[in-house]
Design a protein. Structure first.
Length: 143
């Protein structure tokens, strides 16, 4: 998917960037002033925490149980995020291993409510491992 937006109207009248149909909406959140630095930009660590939460949704379903984050394989901040941006987190499963699931997460920000525009702000790849009650890796159920 390329970073240039293809505009299509949504029910709210915003011009939304066309999202890859393989991606699933897993989280939507609006950062608040407490999440920002003195310049008004949202802390990268806050965004990383939200990506980790969003990234865990599909692996938890695939693993049918407890999972933990074991790796952030790639994380790219494409544009700053501001207080009041509405962030939408989309994910897709990239790989299912014996005990692990790797996901790709893409984050879009909807800005300027008077004349809405949507931009891609972050992309990441994360790996989660299924664990048992003792915290040891367990096999992911098949079928």
């Amino acid at each position: 998917m390329n970073d240039s937006p293809h505009h299509q109207p949504n029910l709210l009248g915003a011009n939304l960037t066309q999202v890859d149909p393989d991606l699933v909406l897993v989280l939507r959140v609006m950062p608040m002033p407490a999440d920002a630095n003195p310049n008004g930009d949202i802390f990268g660590g806050w965004i990383m925490a939200q990506v980790d939460l969003a990234g865990a949704v599909l692996p938890a379903r695939v693993a049918r149980g407890r999972i933990v984050t074991v790796a952030v394989n790639q994380f790219v901040f494409k544009q700053p995020v501001s207080v009041g941006d509405l962030l939408s987190f989309y994910a897709r499963v990239e790989r299912i291993g014996r005990t692990s699931v790797t996901v790709h997460v893409v984050v879009y920000a909807e800005r300027n409510p008077a004349d809405p525009v949507v931009v891609k702000v972050t992309e990441a790849n994360l790996t989660y491992v299924a664990i048992n009650m003792d915290g040891s890796p367990r096999e992911i159920p098949r079928g």
